[in-house]
Design a protein around this ligand. Structure first.
Ligand SMILES: C[S@@+](CC[C@H](N)C(=O)[O-])C[C@H]1O[C@@H](n2cnc3c(N)ncnc32)[C@H](O)[C@@H]1O
Length: 274
């Protein structure tokens, strides 16, 4: 018993000393993946067959690889999503999109998640109302194969579209949700090591001032919305003034900003007038 305890304490210490800010949460997830049981049950384990695997996972995490990539899973909203290095690791602040839009869903509503990555946003909305007609699009084919895995895992009926913004989209929607890249060049090089090394840069980098992709989205979105259709977009800290300006420029008169848990304006919900 004493050796087992020492082993777990040593693994936890490796993560702590490597500077993993989330080492307590990580060790639990890595343990569950390696042993197929929760950390609370650790002293019930009879054999150490999986100890090597656990230790190897701890080493990867200590080198900066995100826990979600190692365990290939990330909990988002009410589901667990398959995650790998080809998609953005879903961020808790993106759950705000679900929180705001779940009240707007109606039966058979036509919804597009543009830049879907793992599919966490669109598929979470589908779980809130499985009658919606869901479309998920991304510029990355690799990301779309992850979306497909998650759609199958969550038994969601949906259509996947490979598209650069609206280039391959020939429909109109009642709701478009999107979390496009918005990191500016000057901030990009200051990202945490684990983001720089392990997350797809095309999912994060939004051009010189961070707003290149969002600008292109805003200039076309109106054409892809039904009358009274809405879109909801996530953006970066301090980009709200730009969003407000562009919404007015493109004739969106009704819009509301929503703050995240850090009290920062994080998403805007805009309605087409006609
Ligand atoms: C910030 S990630 C968001 C992923 C996912 N929606 C989430 O919230 O976790 C941005 C996603 O947009 C995709 N993307 C980037 N530029 C795009 C474009 N021009 N057209 C469509 N998708 C794009 C990336 O491949 C990536 O999957």
């Amino acid at each position: 018993m004493k050796n087992k305890r020492n082993f777990f304490v040593a693994q936890k210490k490796i993560l702590k000393e490597a500077g993993c800010s989330d080492y307590k949460e990580s060790i639990k997830l890595l343990f569950s993946k390696a042993f197929g049981m929760s950390l609370d049950q650790r002293y019930n384990t009879k054999d150490h067959d999986n100890a090597m695997l656990f230790s190897a996972m701890v080493t990867r995490r200590a080198k900066g690889e995100p826990t979600s990539h190692i365990v290939q899973s990330r909990s988002f909203w009410k589901s667990d999503f398959y995650i790998d290095e080809t998609v953005l690791d879903p961020r808790p602040e993106s759950e705000l999109i679900i929180d705001v839009t779940k009240h707007l869903l109606f039966d058979r509503m036509k919804v597009l998640d543009l830049g879907c990555g793992s599919g966490c946003i669109g598929l979470s909305l589908y779980k809130e109302n499985p009658s919606i007609s869901l479309f998920l699009s991304d510029i990355s084919k690799k990301a779309l194969s992850v979306t497909k895995k998650n759609a199958l895992k969550l038994r969601a009926e949906c259509e996947l579209i490979h598209s650069n913004l609206f280039s391959n989209i020939n429909e109109r929607f009642d709701l478009i949700v999107t979390n496009l890249p918005y990191i500016a060049k000057e901030d990009f090089f200051y990202l945490q090591k684990e983001i720089m090394l392990f997350e797809p840069h095309e999912a994060l980098y939004g051009g010189k001032c961070g707003l290149d992709v969002i600008k292109r989205f805003l200039s076309s979105v109106s054409k892809y919305l039904n009358s009274n259709g809405m879109f909801v977009i996530e953006f970066g800290k301090g980009q709200d003034a730009f969003l407000k300006h562009e919404l007015r420029r493109f004739n969106f008169k009704k819009f509301s900003f929503h703050r995240d848990l850090s009290d920062v304006n994080r998403i805007v919900c805009a309605k087409k007038d006609t």
